[in-house]
Design a protein around this ligand. Structure first.
Ligand SMILES: [Zn+2]
Length: 153
């Protein structure tokens, strides 16, 4: 396991040069185990951000799920369920928060129109910059060997 990959995952926890050692129970697939562990960490983080921003923005969602999306960081269904990409675990906190704000905004406006971006900008004025960073991170995560291995079924 490359330490750069671990750094990538945990940089938001300021463990830049530390290795995090996770013991895998006997007979378990280490990648499946690590993926579930990462998912749990991300779930806790999302719960925190979602409760913070949904009350700030005065919106209500139904449930949220963490999935391994092939082409997006998150989505919002017509039933007001939110979906988040497990790869968000590799991103800095500010970007995860931005994705949370973005998806919560879809609860009031489904399209990426002017009204949508106006709403987003109230809670994230530099959303343009965040979108650019997300595009860069998409490439970074998808060229990371550990992540590619983690996402294999
Ligand atoms: Zn969107």
């Amino acid at each position: 396991m490359g330490s750069s990959a671990i750094r990538l995952i945990f940089q938001h926890q300021s463990c830049f040069d530390d290795k995090i050692v996770i013991s895998i129970p006997d007979g378990r697939n280490p990648y499946v185990y690590l993926r579930n562990w990462i998912k749990g960490e991300l779930r806790r983080k999302l719960e925190e951000y979602l409760s913070e921003y949904s009350s700030l923005m005065n919106v209500r969602f139904n449930r949220f799920f963490i999935k391994a999306h092939k082409s997006k960081w998150g989505s919002c269904s017509a039933r007001k369920n939110l979906n988040f990409n497990i790869k968000l675990a590799a991103l800095p906190e500010e970007l995860v928060k931005y994705v949370v704000v973005h998806e919560l905004t879809h609860l009031i406006e489904r399209k990426h129109n002017r009204y949508f971006w106006l709403k987003v900008s109230r809670f994230c004025p530099d959303y343009n910059e965040k979108e650019k960073m997300l595009a860069k991170y998409w490439f970074v995560v998808h060229s990371n060997k550990l992540w590619l291995k983690l996402l294999e079924k």
